[in-house]
Write a protein that binds this ligand. Structure first.
Ligand code: SF4
Length: 428
């Protein structure tokens, strides 16, 4: 944790953040990283010397507890504290991640429209160039090593590493599971099956392809290449996402194989982060057809928890039809019952469900969600959250519609006997 002063920079080549992810009401960094402070910003790099977090300092930065984070997909996300009021109720976390690309957010602010994030990113680009110049000076070895890694991590290199990651896994991850908030969306993606069973008309994250599980050899090759992309920073990961939209349908043998290999090849046992976690998506059809042995196998894996998010989307006939989603109400209700059953029986497996909604959905939709999440449940169940995903084009929402969508969300939230949160669609 030694810090060195170089001109107006304070350089700390090695810093240690928290070793467990947590839901805390103050800014926190995870794993091991390096830091360079300038009079105007604090820049934090991952173990490859790639920029990961930027915090502004002084009056021109919107809030001392807010920061920018760059993802492995090379997107910037602005973490807003929202004065630590109300955000937890919405998302289950104490920050709101504003995205730098269009999504389904229903909050009107757009930090990326203001100067501070733009200045922060361009200040980093200038410092990244300066790192190369500083290398000609006599400097302590740890500082030189860091500056040399920073100098190599140009914006072009970061772009092409993200593109390489996307190529390896068969394309960008168009939507991350909502449960990945538990690890601050920090997980290594591996595609074990392409496409999905339903190809619903309304869906804007689908690949459009039919479901196809990948051969084991292809999955292993993919993991080896993905591992190379993460490089030295692999040590800062302890979570894997088995994609794409319905990995559960791949069945016990392939899911267990991929989960075990990810644990082994990504060296989660030696990660700087404790409590490895596994994430996957499932559908009403795949959860109903899954053999009990699949959940037994997941329960016995070395992961602390396996989160399976099931896209239930709607539970009434008219809405399912409007969404052009080819499943029946009975199937959705049975899938929901199976989710509750699995959550009761398996300690290390947590199944969550998501439903879509907006201000334009019919009262029957909301009544059917209440029927599932309230009327059929005993009071107070902490396991198995439900996520409500607004079906909106955020660019065309006005304030009145935003208020109405929030009102409907809170109405459901206060009546649901399962924890309920908004689902903000994030990509990787
Ligand atoms: S909602 Fe789920 S099942 Fe339907 S098309 Fe989208 S990803 Fe596939």
């Amino acid at each position: 944790m030694d810090a060195y002063e170089v001109d107006n920079l304070i350089i700390t080549p090695e810093k240690q953040g928290a070793e467990r992810f947590g839901t805390v009401s103050y800014p926190v960094r995870y794993g091991h990283f390096s830091e360079i402070r300038t009079p105007s910003h604090t820049f934090q790099c991952n173990l490859n010397g790639e920029i990961k977090v930027i915090e502004g300092r002084g009056n021109s930065w919107p809030h001392p507890a807010e920061w920018l984070k760059r993802t492995a997909g090379n997107d910037w996300v602005y973490y807003s504290a929202g004065d630590y009021k109300g955000i937890y109720d919405l998302l289950g976390e104490y920050y709101y991640p504003y995205l730098s690309y269009p999504s389904n957010s229903i909050l009107s602010d757009n930090p990326f429209g203001s100067r501070a994030p733009k200045t922060a990113i361009s200040s980093w680009t200038a410092l990244q160039r300066r790192a190369g110049e500083l290398l000609s000076r006599p400097l302590p070895e740890p500082v030189k090593t860091l500056l040399s890694r920073v100098a190599q991590s140009t914006p072009g290199v970061l772009r092409s590493k993200a593109a390489q990651l996307h190529r390896m896994i068969g394309g960008r991850v168009t939507v991350l599971p909502p449960d990945s908030r538990h690890v601050d969306y920090e997980m290594i993606p591996v595609t074990i099956a392409e496409g999905c069973l339903l190809n619903c008309g309304f869906c804007r994250v689908k690949s459009g392809r039919g479901f196809k599980a990948l051969p084991r050899t292809e999955i292993l090759e993919q993991m080896k290449h993905v591992k190379e992309v993460y490089g030295k920073d692999l040590r800062n990961y302890s979570a894997a996402f088995l994609g794409q939209h319905d990995a559960l349908e791949a069945g016990r043998e392939l899911v267990s194989f991929a989960a075990e290999k990810a644990y082994e090849l990504f060296e989660f046992e030696h990660s700087n982060l404790k409590d490895p976690v596994l994430f996957l998506f499932g559908s009403p059809l795949s959860i109903l057809s899954a053999k009990e042995g699949l959940f037994e196998a997941l329960d016995s894996l070395p992961y602390s928890t396996t989160f399976i998010n099931i896209g239930l989307e709607a539970a009434d006939c008219a809405t399912l039809k409007g969404l052009r989603r080819p499943v029946s109400v009975e199937t959705v209700r049975e899938a929901f019952s199976r989710m509750l059953d699995i959550n009761r029986r398996y300690q290390k497996v947590e199944v969550t469900a998501n439903f879509v909604f907006s201000d334009q959905f019919s009262p029957d939709h909301f009544a059917s969600l209440l029927e599932l999440t309230r009327n059929r449940l005993d009071p107070i169940r902490a396991k198995g959250a439900i996520y409500l995903s607004p079906v909106v084009d955020e660019q065309s929402l006005d304030d009145a519609r935003r208020r109405e969508i929030l009102r409907r969300f809170y109405d459901l939230k206060i009546h649901s006997r399962l924890p309920a949160f908004l689902y903000l669609i994030q990509r990787l």
